[in-house]
Design a protein around this ligand. Structure first.
Ligand SMILES: [Zn+2]
Length: 307
């Protein structure tokens, strides 16, 4: 799945026509592996990559999961491909972040209209969403932008909520395998609670609890562990020269030694700021599949930057 970002929704019209003409035919159905074609396998679509980890772990052999925003795609601007809209018609469960990810806000109504039987699992149900921290951007046009910070999944304890929400959705959609879903969710929850303790301990010995990220994805994580996130970018837009100047001053004032970028965003402005203040570029990913390893890696990288 590449080059999907520039597919526009005008492409949907011919595809919907094709769907009607072919009626239930298998065209365009790719669930990634053979499992999706097996009888009795629950077909699940998740909106973003990290949520598919939870579906895989809780669903195990009983589910085939497909993800809407592919690895490397940007959920703040993504648009589904026509093929994905076809796939959606065959899915039983859709797992959404439910935290104001732009792609969901834009597309959920249309997706629901394509498959009235689709059960929607809100992965953030029960999570207390945090307001977005803005600098002096109150005057900015709000357009679709959520009032809440959408990146709730980046703490292990919110991961526990996700595991339980996915468990409940899979049990409801496929009661025959309820015991397996409950056992898998229980095991995952235990791991996540351990991971939370591990991260808490890691930051326990750190005094300079501040980090600078280009994309403001780590606010929940910062709150959970008593850290301060300095975020640079707002709404994925590139910075004006004035904003660049302000970030450079901030980074210098706080003696920031690493500027963290994510694989989904452009590095050129971050690199310019880094060279201006003599910092290195670091990498953290808000959207990696291997959820636990990713949080461990990010923790290690943040701690190193605080030395
Ligand atoms: Zn983001």
């Amino acid at each position: 799945m590449t080059a999907v970002n520039n597919v526009r929704h005008w492409l949907l019209a011919p595809v919907l026509l094709l769907m009607i003409l072919l009626g239930g035919c298998d065209i365009g159905n790719k669930w990634g592996d053979e499992k999706g074609r097996e009888e009795g396998t629950l077909k699940v679509i998740s909106s973003i990559v990290p949520l598919s980890y939870f579906v895989e772990r809780v669903g195990g052999e009983h589910v085939a999961v497909s993800v809407m925003v592919p690895p490397g795609g940007n959920p703040h601007s993504y648009e589904p491909t026509p093929q994905q809209m076809v796939q959606l018609g065959e899915a039983s469960v859709f797992v959404k972040a439910g935290s104001g990810v732009e792609f969901e806000l834009d597309w959920m109504p249309r997706m629901m209209s394509l498959n009235g039987d689709l059960q929607v699992c809100n992965a953030s149900e029960g999570v207390e969403l945090q307001p977005i921290k803005r600098h002096a951007a109150a005057h900015k046009a709000q357009h679709y932008h959520a009032q809440f910070d959408p990146h709730f999944w980046l703490t292990p304890l919110n991961g526990v909520r996700i595991a339980r929400n996915v468990e409940r959705a899979l049990v409801a959609a496929d009661p025959a395998n309820a015991a397996a879903y409950k056992a898998n969710a229980g095991a995952l929850v235990a791991e996540l609670e351990m991971l939370d303790k591990e991260i808490r301990t890691t930051f326990g010995g750190v005094t300079k609890k501040r980090f600078l990220v280009f994309h403001p994805a780590w606010g929940y994580y910062a709150n959970a562990y008593g850290l301060e996130q300095i975020a640079v970018e707002e709404e994925g837009k590139s910075l004006t020269p004035l904003q660049m100047q302000r970030v450079i001053q901030q980074a210098a004032a706080h003696r920031i030694s690493v500027i963290f970028v994510s694989p989904q965003s452009s590095e050129s402005q971050a690199a310019a700021i880094a060279s201006e203040v003599g910092a290195k570029l670091g990498r953290v990913d808000a959207l990696a599949y291997d959820y636990q390893a990713n949080l461990r890696n990010a923790t290690r990288a943040f701690v190193e930057s605080m030395q």
